[in-house]
Design a protein around this ligand. Sequence first.
Ligand SMILES: [Zn+2]
Length: 176
Amino acid sequence: MFNNVRYEDEEQNSSYRSYAHNVPIQFFGPSGTPAPDPSNKSKLTTRSWNSNAPKWRTAAGGLSLEAYCYNSSCQAYNKGYVLVKWGYRDFDFFLNDRDVGCPMCGRYVQTKNFGFCSTWYKVVGCKRDKPDEPLQHVDTEWDFVSNDRYYTFLDSPEDLVYWGQLKIKVSKSRPY
Ligand SMILES: [Zn+2]
């Protein structure tokens, strides 16, 4: 039941904090930062909408970010991933890391997966598929997913890749 997702068709543009003054945070482990691979369509998976999903698992159009909330006084604590409604804004996994807050308590949460609904998206960056493989550049074609389901990415340990840079571009209208 922790995987249930709700859908909310609302605009996500008004209340976002500006991140124009942030200094880029580049965190490179020995190989890169492990995360799912939104550039790989074979890792795409979907979930049906479920109106009984908890409030903290509500997705809207555009990009959603999945994360654990470690605030023990938060309603979503220890209840699986929360969904952060990032919306129709480009997301830089490193640069925007600090801008991601729990939808229930607002505290910083660390992005662990990505989800799409009713949006065009494109992935740009560089990654290693395995820690001992060379860095490869990623620059995908634009893709579209509808709002019939929630689209996300496999995130078992064997599905993760190692990112040096990762930007997810989203567009509500056809971008080309
Ligand atoms: Zn929280």
